[in-house]
Design a protein around this ligand. Sequence first.
Ligand code: ZN
Length: 344
Amino acid sequence: MDEKSAITIGPVTAEPGQVARGYLDIGEAATGPVQIPLVIINGEHGGPTLCFTGGVHATEYASIAAVMRLTNEIHPADLHGRIIAVPVVSMHMFAARMPFVSPLDGVNLNKIAPGGDGSISSILARALFDRVIAKAQYHIDFHAGDFGEMLLAFAGYSLTGNNELDRQGEALARVFTPQVFCIAPQGTGLPPSPGFVANAAAYRGIVSILAEAGGNGTLDEADVTVHVEGARNVMRYLGMIKGEPQISGPQILATDWHNTRATRSGLLWLKVAVGDRVKAGQEVGEIWDIFGRSVEKVHAEKDGLAMLVWNHKAVNTGDPIVRCWSIAPAPPFPETDRFLAALS
Ligand SMILES: [Zn+2]
């Protein structure tokens, strides 16, 4: 446990027992400063430091709302340790309602972490790492499906080969997720992949998970709740707030993934929904050409769980229609299995 002490990031300082809000300047755009908004909640009791980042993709609204809500619901009197929260990392994406990439340089912040000396997104990523996330031992990067993406909630962690770090990362993913999680070996393409904020943080020795719920530009209470309850479970697991984590039932581990894609183009009739158990050969979509004639029935190549379904109603050759994860019952993990509702 850390000793109680003040914490300062740029112009924002919170003494033990205080909440501080402000902005960290990291550079300039033509219209003014590029800033990272910060909330620091410094608990009255000693404990670890946990960082929340929302709005790395700033049209993933459920995840942003969750960080906002958490920062207003966590009070220093109840907190063991410290929360460093960034409600929206990319303020320019947020203002422009721009999915995936920054309007300033067209770069996807979640492909270039931990940043460097490149364009403004690279500088933003580096400041986020060196000045914000690096202050924490634990980190949650909050996301959702972006515009055009509907997804099933999950949590993910990147294996680093450091056994203790990896054990804690798996524990955080398991207590966060409502059911499905992935523990990603390098090179599998399961998230968080290299370049993701959560991946780069883990490789810096920070126990960092990717948290996903919501999507397609929506802001639904149910998705916000998944994020808030997941984060609260993580805080309970770390002893930062009272109570034990609650895991509602048996968990599901992702082992692989594949996309099923259109080979023709036209109007897409989706025949699959997020959360469906898809069978190999099952029809997942039908494509009509521009004259309304059926030109393709798209069939799933393999069995899997539909984790990501694209909402586009017009497709081109090669566009993905559904991303399925190969899944298995999660192997025993005593560290968090003791919180399974069925056992308590
Ligand atoms: Zn995202």
